[in-house]
Design a protein around this ligand. Structure first.
Ligand code: MLT
Length: 264
């Protein structure tokens, strides 16, 4: 089913009475990045995915976006849909949203799955890189930027073995609006650092990282893992930054084991 909450495009799959899992995509993608997970988990769980403000079909916005707005949107979806303590699963930018949401209202979740993400805010070099990307999009549009950014996310194995799938992911994201892409960049460059909160996470947490992720590498995610009390860490073979797309079997198996362990 597809509907709108707060002008955000929300998609549900599976039985409404089953336990909910809420998926939050990375930058610059939309809810479709989770299709290989939703195909599996919708047979056992109620899967909710949505397009973050400015991405996919959530386009009725001005592009002046912050992480706080993204988290407000997530809270609104949970409230409007009356979701009973979902498991939240976010990748990279979706992980930034998840971590800040945990900091604001972790009691609204049963557990968290953090894929290929980090708790640190952008350093100066990172902020300047985002600023340069916004400037570039202002002068030449977003299509080339999106192509280069997405190509950098994927590891060599996927690039060599699934070039058509990679191209269709790039083309899909190239159809988004420039102002949404720039809004995502603004939100990420101005986000707060959630590292000091990691030790205060009380809910079970699974961390998943592609072995060849160069954007949020295993060393970064292992550091996070050591700071979270009730955490599990799984490294995914033959995968870069987009592990749920690049190696869905291993990611799905890690999530399945985690859900089983926490009885969800
Ligand atoms: C993402 O996949 O969401 C991005 O790599 C996040 C970022 O650029 O920091």
């Amino acid at each position: 089913m597809k509907f709108q909450i707060n002008e955000l495009s929300v998609i549900t799959d599976g039985n409404k009475e089953a336990k909910p899992i809420l998926f939050i995509h990375g930058f610059p993608y939309d809810h479709t990045m989770w299709k290989k997970q939703i195909n599996l988990f919708s047979s056992s769980h109620y899967c909710i995915s949505y397009d973050v403000r400015g991405f996919g079909e959530s386009i009725n916005f001005d592009g002046q976006h912050t992480m706080e707005l993204f988290v407000d949107d997530l809270e609104k979806i949970i409230e409007e849909m009356k979701l009973e303590k979902p498991v939240v699963c976010g990748l990279s930018m979706g992980g930034y949203i998840t971590l800040r949401a945990l900091e604001r209202f972790q009691n609204k979740f049963s557990a968290a799955i953090l894929c290929d993400t980090r708790s640190q805010a952008d350093d100066n070099q990172g902020k300047l890189k985002r600023a340069a990307a916004i400037k570039r999009i202002n002068s030449e549009g977003h299509k080339e930027f999106v192509k280069e950014f997405i190509s950098n996310c994927f590891g060599d194995y996927f690039k060599q073995n699934f070039p058509d799938e990679l191209n269709s992911i790039i083309e899909h994201s190239q159809n988004f609006e420039s102002k949404g892409i720039k809004g995502g960049l603004l939100a990420m460059l101005s986000r707060t650092d959630t590292t000091s909160f990691l030790e205060k996470i009380e809910i079970p947490t699974l961390l998943v990282c592609g072995k060849n992720d160069t954007l949020t590498p295993p060393s970064v995610m292992k550091d996070m893992y050591h700071k979270i009390k009730n955490a599990e860490y799984v490294e995914i073979q033959n995968a870069g930054h987009m592990s749920p797309i690049e190696n869905p079997d291993e990611v799905n198996s890690a999530i399945t084991k985690f859900l089983k362990r926490i009885g969800y």
